[in-house]
Write a protein that binds this ligand. Structure first.
Ligand code: PBG
Length: 326
């Protein structure tokens, strides 16, 4: 054998200590952002049918939920509101007493260290389920921007630390940045859903948020899953418009895009490990077809390796527990 030339890669894998010495990527508790669904009304704590382990809670149950999140060491939450009343222009999204505004005030008062990220969109608040205003059968870009700015400003007024617009209208970062600045919130960052695909992986979220479009689909504003260059155009305009973070969404099927964004721009990159990705793992785990902990940790570490700095994930509570025990 001595005449053969080859590399002994296995040398660095001979023991757990050696493997940890040469490990390149790590998942940290600080990387995790946990999405929370807040329901209007009282005495509600409902498990989302297609997302075992994820609960939608009313305000009176928020304390229990937050205490658990804090005790696990999770540092950031992403808030989604589910109002009782929906209308054509999503009034509850930008109402001072809207459910997200109320929940934000409560969290910032009782858990001031917690980072509250507010999802800025209209789809949970419109009766037609689209992310903007409907004109002539399609979502109208520019009139939607005005309402999104109002929503962002009212979320900032309620105390949100970060505004995360997910609506995919053109110019939403420029409009929201200008609106926040004008209202005196020049220090509130915008975490833009810069690259958001029209994905079937959002199915379970729409169960959770009651936000399925009542007609058509979101393909005139969310991106075609087949496209890569378009992702660069979307990210570039958001950088120019003043975004502070860039989100790529969904996560697992789009790790190449995460790497592209990471290599081409110098803002923190956030990956959204979306509802459908979570549901698939949970379903397989419940059938004992996979080792849930090993699979989740491998997925989340893979996202870090792909270039994500932060991960929005429904697995955050479990991952936090597993990280603590390591
Ligand atoms: C709102 C929004 C959606 C998600 C996050 N923000 C749904 C959609 O665009 O249909 C999906 C999140 C998930 O699937 O976990 N626009």
């Amino acid at each position: 054998m001595s005449q053969l030339e080859f590399s002994r890669h296995r040398r660095l894998r001979t023991s757990a200590s050696l493997r940890s010495l040469v490990r390149e990527n790590f998942l940290r508790l600080e990387d995790l952002i946990y999405p929370l669904f807040i329901l209007e009304g009282e005495n509600k704590r409902e498990e989302v049918r297609s997302m075992p382990g994820v609960f939608r809670v009313s305000m009176d149950n928020l304390k229990t939920e937050m205490d658990e999140i804090v005790s696990l060491g999770i540092k950031s939450v992403l808030l989604f509101g589910i109002p009782d009343e929906k209308d054509a222009c999503g009034t509850e999204a930008y109402h001072d007493h809207g459910i997200v505004q109320v929940a934000t005030r409560y969290i910032k008062e009782h858990y001031p260290e917690m980072i509250v990220v507010a999802d800025t969109c209209l789809c949970e608040y419109t009766d037609h389920g689209h992310c903007g205003l409907i004109e002539n059968g399609d979502v109208d870009n520019d009139s939607s921007l005005e309402l999104l700015v109002k929503t962002a400003v009212s979320q900032a007024e309620a105390g949100a630390d970060i505004i995360a617009p997910s609506n995919m209208m053109d110019g939403f970062v420029a409009a929201i940045r200008a609106g926040l600045d004008e209202a005196g919130f020049e220090n509130i960052p915008v975490m833009s859903y810069a690259v958001k695909y029209a994905s079937a992986f959002y199915g379970p979220f729409r169960d959770a948020a009651d936000s399925t479009p009542q007609f058509g689909d979101r393909k005139t504003y969310q991106m075609d899953p087949a496209n890569r260059l378009e992702a660069m155009r979307e990210a570039e305009s958001d950088v120019k418009e003043g975004a502070d973070f860039l989100i790529v969404k969904p996560g697992m099927p789009y790790l190449d895009i995460v790497r592209d964004v990471k290599n081409n721009y110098n803002l923190p990159v956030v990956i959204y490990n979306v509802s459908g990705e979570y549901s698939m793992v949970k379903a397989a785990a419940q059938n004992d077809w996979i080792d849930e902990k090993a699979v989740v940790m491998e997925m989340l570490t893979g996202m870090k390796r792909a270039g994500a700095d932060l991960i929005i994930t429904y697995h955050a509570k479990d991952a936090a527990r597993w990280l603590k025990k390591q």
